[in-house]
Write a protein that binds this ligand. Structure first.
Ligand code: TMP
Length: 211
């Protein structure tokens, strides 16, 4: 049996890290065998690509360069980690995946989404996540949280309008893919957020075990 492919998405400062830990504990309690990974990154080579992408630099990084690097890392990550796990029946919990390319490069950078769809087809074929949790929060709150945490990376240095477009992009993706996407209101208390996440996971795994 194929493993399940679960992705977590959201703009900066939505609380992905804390909630991923919560999901890991939930999966462990449930006895689900899984690997936890992230994008960009997830293999030694793809982590080097991540460094290239996130490091602030004087040289302007072209939009196409950024998009192609995202998909280069993704191709390696799929080949080395994601596909072997899923094929062996292990689930994959991934901190960001291709929805981030639509949200950040497509909506944020205003690149042509049909170009992203072509790369998605080349790199992934028909593979799509089985479940995507989109943590949603007003951009100002998220950016404030993110700025308190560490020095901003190349993306975090963007203007608020960029993140507003990214957020709207995620909400549009959720609207267009209701069968796999669940939007979680991450401005609630952490306890409420985790109750919502748990409800989504319960529902997903009860449907998965019924099929
Ligand atoms: P994070 O993993 O620390 O959230 O940061 C990764 C950054 O990379 C984040 O700002 C979103 C961005 N990103 C894209 O722009 N496109 C992508 O396809 C992915 C996976 C991430």
């Amino acid at each position: 049996m194929q493993g399940k492919f679960i992705t977590i998405e959201g703009t900066e400062g939505v609380g992905k890290t804390t909630n991923i830990e919560f999901i890991q504990h939930w999966l462990n309690r449930r006895g689900v065998e899984f690997v936890s990974t992230r994008e960009p990154g997830g293999t030694p080579l793809a982590e080097q690509v991540r460094e290239l992408l996130l490091t602030p630099r004087e040289e302007k990084v072209g939009d196409s360069t950024e998009l192609l690097l995202m998909f280069a890392g993704r191709a390696q990550h799929l080949d080395q980690v994601i596909l072997p796990a899923l094929d062996s029946g292990t689930s994959v919990l991934c901190d960001r995946f291709t929805d981030a390319s639509y949200a950040y490069q497509g909506f944020g950078r205003e690149m042509d989404c049909s170009l992203i769809a072509k790369l998605e087809q080349i790199v992934q074929g028909d593979l799509r996540p089985d479940l995507t949790l989109i943590l949603d929060i007003p951009v100002e709150i998220g950016l404030k949280r993110a700025s308190e945490r560490s020095t901003p990376d190349r993306f975090e240095q963007e203007q608020i309008e960029f993140f507003d477009r990214v957020r709207q992009g995620y909400l549009k993706i959720a609207e267009e893919n209701p069968e796999r996407c669940a939007v979680i209101d991450a401005s609630q208390s952490l306890e409420q957020v985790q109750i919502s996440i748990e409800a989504v996971l319960e529902n997903f795994y009860s449907q998965a075990s019924a099929t």
